[in-house]
Design a protein around this ligand. Structure first.
Ligand SMILES: Cc1cc2nc3c(=O)[nH]c(=O)nc-3n(C[C@H](O)[C@H](O)[C@H](O)COP(=O)(O)OP(=O)(O)OC[C@H]3O[C@@H](n4cnc5c(N)ncnc54)[C@H](O)[C@@H]3O)c2cc1C
Length: 375
C-alpha cells in the first residue's frame, strides 16, 4: 500500500512515522520548509499532561504518547532529549472547568494527584498568588516536550524507515477514483492508494466542507527573563483565572519562563487573516497575568516583564476535540487528522498510531473525533 500524507506539521510527521513503522510506503508532502514557523507546531516547547480536564477519554492517549515519545527519543539520540518530566500544577476555583476536570480525569483513571488549598499552594509555590478559595492540583505524569526537536526526530525516524518526505511541495488539488487517490503539485501528480490530510490551520483550502466549522485563532507566547534564574523544579503550570486560561513553563535556556494565554483571542475563518507579528496588546495581556498570579517568575521592577514573543496558530473545532477519521464521499480512501484545537502536540504519536490502525485494520478512531459530527 502507498499512502500520501499531505501536511508535515507534527501530526503529518507522526502519521508518516506510524505508517512507516508498519512497513507502509509513505510519500509526505508539505508546502513549506521542514523548519517553517507559519503553522502550529514550531517553537521550543509544548506541555504534556495526563489528568486531562478536556475529557477523561484523552487519558489513555496521553499515556500512550508518553511511551511513544520516550521510544522516539531513544531511537533518535543525536537529536537531543525530547521529553523532560516535570509536574503539572493546575490552579483555579475548585469548581472551575479546568480544576474540576483534572480531578475528574484523575479519579476516573486512578491517577495520583495532590490537591492543595490556597494557603498550602502559596506556601509550597512561593512564586504564585492564587485567588481567594482557589485550589491547586499537582500531577506528576506531565512534562515539557521540546517541540522543534520532536518535529525533527519524527521526520528523521520516518525517513530512516523509508518515508519519502518532500518539503516545499504544495498540494493544489486532490481527488479519489476507483483506482486510488491522486494529488496535484506544481511538480506533477502523485498517486497512491490512500490519502491522509493533516493541514493544520490551512484546513479550509484542503478538506472541503468538513473544514467549514473549523476556526483559526492567533496565540502568542512570551518569555520573562529572571536574573536570578528560574526556581528549581518549577512545574509546568496552568491557571484558570477570571481573565481566562494561562499557562507557563521553564524557558528552554533556563533564563526565564515561557507564558501564554490559552484561547481567548478572536476566531478567524481563514489563516490569512492572522497578524503574524506580536503587538503591544499581546505583551500587556501576558504581563497582566504574570504580575497578578506569578509575580515570583518575573522581575516586577522591569518595565517590560515580557521580552521576546512568538505568534502561533490554533485550529479549533467547535467542541475543541480533534477531527480524525475518514472523509465522507471517498469510499474510505481519504482521511483527515486536523482540528487539533490547541492541544494536539502531545498526542501526535498516538494520533499517528490511531490513523495507522484505521487505515490498516479498519479500526475507527474515537467517536468524539468523528469528522462528520458537526452535521
Ligand atoms: C502557542 C501554541 C501553544 C501550544 N501549546 C500546546 C501544548 O502545550 N501542548 C499541546 O499538546 N499542544 C499545544 N499546542 C497545539 C499544537 O501545537 C497543535 O495542535 C499542533 O502543532 C497541530 O499540528 P498540525 O500538524 O495539525 O498543524 P501544523 O503544524 O500547522 O501543520 C500543518 C502543515 O500542513 C502544511 N500544509 C497545509 N496546506 C498544505 C498544502 N495545500 N500542501 C502541502 N502542505 C500543506 C503546512 O505547511 C503545515 O506544515 C499549541 C499550539 C500553539 C500555537
Amino acid at each position: 500500500m502507498r499512502v500520501i500524507v499531505v501536511g508535515l506539521g507534527v501530526i503529518g510527521r507522526a502519521v508518516s512515522l506510524g505508517l512507516s513503522r508498519r512497513g507502509i510506503s509513505v510519500v509526505g508532502l508539505d508546502a513549506r520548509g521542514p523548519l517553517h514557523r507559519e503553522g502550529s507546531s514550531h517553537g521550543e516547547s509544548r506541555i504534556i499532561r495526563t489528568a486531562y480536564y478536556e475529557h477523561p477519554d484523552y487519558v489513555p492517549l496521553a499515556k500512550e504518547s508518553f511511551r511513544l515519545w520516550t521510544r522516539l527519543e531513544r531511537e533518535t539520540l543525536g537529536v537531543g532529549n525530547l521529553l523532560e518530566n516535570r509536574a503539572c500544577l493546575t490552579v483555579g476555583k475548585p469548581d472551575s472547568e479546568v480544576v474540576a476536570g483534572v480531578v475528574r480525569a484523575a479519579a476516573e483513571h486512578g491517577l495520583a494527584v495532590e490537591q492543595l488549598d490556597a494557603g498550602e499552594l502559596e506556601k509550597q509555590f512561593d512564586w504564585l498568588k492564587s485567588g481567594q478559595g482557589w485550589k491547586g492540583v499537582l500531577e506528576q505524569e506531565a512534562g515539557i516536550l521540546h517541540a522543534d526537536r520532536c518535529r525533527q526526530a519524527l521526520a528523521r525516524r520516518a525517513g530512516e524507515l523509508g518515508a519519502d518526505l518532500r518539503f516545499e511541495t504544495a498540494v493544489r488539488e486532490w481527488g479519489s477514483s476507483q483506482l486510488g487517490v491522486w494529488v496535484k503539485t506544481d511538480g506533477g501528480v502523485v498517486e497512491g492508494d490512500r490519502l491522509v490530510l493533516c493541514p493544520g490551520p490551512w484546513a479550509l483550502g484542503l478538506i472541503g466542507p468538513i473544514a467549514k466549522p473549523l476556526r483559526v485563532m492567533r496565540q502568542v507566547s512570551g518569555w520573562t527573563e529572571m536574573a536570578g534564574g528560574v526556581p528549581g523544579g518549577l512545574p509546568v503550570f496552568f491557571f484558570d483565572t477570571h481573565e481566562g486560561y494561562f499557562y507557563g513553563m521553564r524557558a528552554a535556556d533556563g533564563t526565564g519562563v515561557k507564558m501564554a494565554r490559552h484561547y481567548g483571542a478572536p476566531e478567524c475563518g481563514d489563516v490569512g487573516e492572522i497578524e503574524n507579528e506580536p503587538v503591544l496588546q499581546d505583551r500587556l495581556c501576558l504581563e497582566g497575568f504574570a504580575h497578578k498570579h506569578t509575580p515570583g517568575l518575573c522581575e516586577l521592577g522591569n518595565q517590560e516583564t515580557i521580552g521576546r514573543m512568538e505568534v502561533c496558530r490554533y485550529t479549533l473545532s467547535p467542541d475543541r476535540h480533534f477531527v480524525v477519521g475518514e472523509l465522507p464521499g471517498h469510499c474510505g480512501l481519504a482521511h483527515v487528522a486536523g482540528g487539533m484545537s490547541g492541544h494536539g502536540f502531545k498526542f501526535a504519536p498516538a494520533i499517528g498510531e490511531m490513523v495507522t490502525a484505521c487505515l490498516l485494520e479498519g479500526k475507527r478512531p474515537l467517536e468524539m473525533f468523528s469528522p462528520g459530527r458537526f452535521g
